[in-house]
Ligand binder design. Structure first.
Ligand code: F6P
Length: 346
């Protein structure tokens, strides 16, 4: 069988581990692999190379993706994406395509499957907000990076009696903010699922400081929304631009909080935006294992003739779930987890 692989959307620690886990056992069983460069862009341009043992040596621990990634949408501007993709697959003699990506990349995969192209999806996002799976790889790595950063910010916050605002990724779900905030002992955690009141947040910090605390750590997900005011209910964006899937470029809530909290409380406040540091570098061991298990499960699905499925983690087991079900629901933050975090805000 000839299997095509691509990595779409934002990159994520563990992508290379998935590629390796598809290719190594696959070639041992006589299958062939084609890696498309830069996500769907490589499929549209027929820009690809054969993947074998040599190209997957030493990549388990490497961050990023050896295939490159992009946010290209084959259906953008009314294009007949299915015909364009199918033409490349026919030219290359590919039987089944394995896109590794988030909801946008896998949404293209579902559309292709509905149009008769064989597709097995692998979920990927550091945000951990994809439906159908309990966890996505890359998430634990991001949490570790943020929690290490919070530890460092703690010591300098304490030295200077400052409020430190840490802006982290999390477009629509606050998983990274909540996990890293709990791990780092945050004094407030702001997530997209719970719009927050700026005045109430300022009062919370003042109450803390009145009880003798001299500094505070506020973790904010980039997709968190303030209520009220002129920008009430809106996420903070860099500019008005949108990618090929219509996603806005988020960012800036940390700087807004720095300004607003300092003016409301009088406490010196500094913002740190962790940005793409959270997506870079080597995956932690948990993500290497999960990514490897996902790759092996995807190979099983592809070789077993499945299509329109996504591999997933259900409890401790890897499973295959319908892509349509996975994409039909976003996995938002567990309210119970947030309540646990709140117990330590005082
Ligand atoms: O979806 C994953 C993610 O890391 C989001 O948390 C973030 O908003 C976005 O990607 C950033 O995208 P880009 O790399 O295109 O700036």
């Amino acid at each position: 069988m000839r299997i095509g692989i691509l990595t779409g959307g934002g990159d994520c620690p563990g992508l290379n581990a998935v590629i390796r886990a598809l290719v190594r056992p696959g070639i041992a069983d006589g299958h062939e692999f084609v890696g498309f460069r830069r996500g769907w862009a490589g499929v549209l341009a027929d820009d690809a190379f054969e993947l074998g043992y040599e190209s997957t040596v030493g990549i388990l621990t490497r961050g990023g993706t050896i295939l490159g990634a992009s946010r290209t949408n084959p259906y953008a501007d009314g294009a007949d994406g299915t015909a364009l993709v199918a033409a490349t697959l026919a030219r290359r003699g590919i039987d089944v395509l394995v896109p590794i990506g988030g909801d946008d990349t896998l949404g293209v995969g579902l559309r292709l499957h509905d149009d008769g192209v064989r597709v097995v999806g692998v979920p990927k996002t550091i945000d951990n907000d994809l439906g159908g799976t309990d966890v996505t790889f890359g998430f634990q790595t991001a949490v570790q990076i943020v929690s290490d950063a919070i530890d460092r910010l703690h010591t300098t916050a304490e030295s200077h009696d400052r409020v430190m605002v840490v802006e982290v990724m999390g477009r629509q779900a606050g998983w990274i903010a909540a996990h890293a905030g709990i791990a780092g002992g945050a004094d407030a955690i702001l997530v997209p699922e719970r719009p927050f009141d700026m005045d109430e947040l300022a009062r919370h910090l003042r109450r803390r400081h009145a009880r003798g605390r001299s500094f505070s750590i506020v973790v904010v997900a980039e997709g968190a929304k303030p209520t009220g005011g002129s920008a009430g209910g809106e996420t903070v964006t860099r500019d008005a631009s949108r990618d090929a899937f219509g996603n806005a470029r988020l960012g800036g809530i940390g700087v807004m909080l720095e300004r607003e909290l300092e003016s409301r409380t009088g406490y010196e406040t500094r913002a740190t935006i962790l940005g793409h540091v959270q997506r870079g570098g080597s995956p932690v061991a948990y993500d290497r294992v999960l990514a490897t298990r996902f790759g092996v499960e995807a190979l099983r699905a592809a070789v077993g003739g499945r299509s329109g499925v996504m591999v997933a983690l259900d409890g401790t087991e890897t499973v295959q779930v319908p892509l349509a079900d996975a994409l039909g629901s976003r996995r938002l933050l567990d309210p119970g987890l947030y309540e646990t975090a709140e117990l330590f805000f005082g």
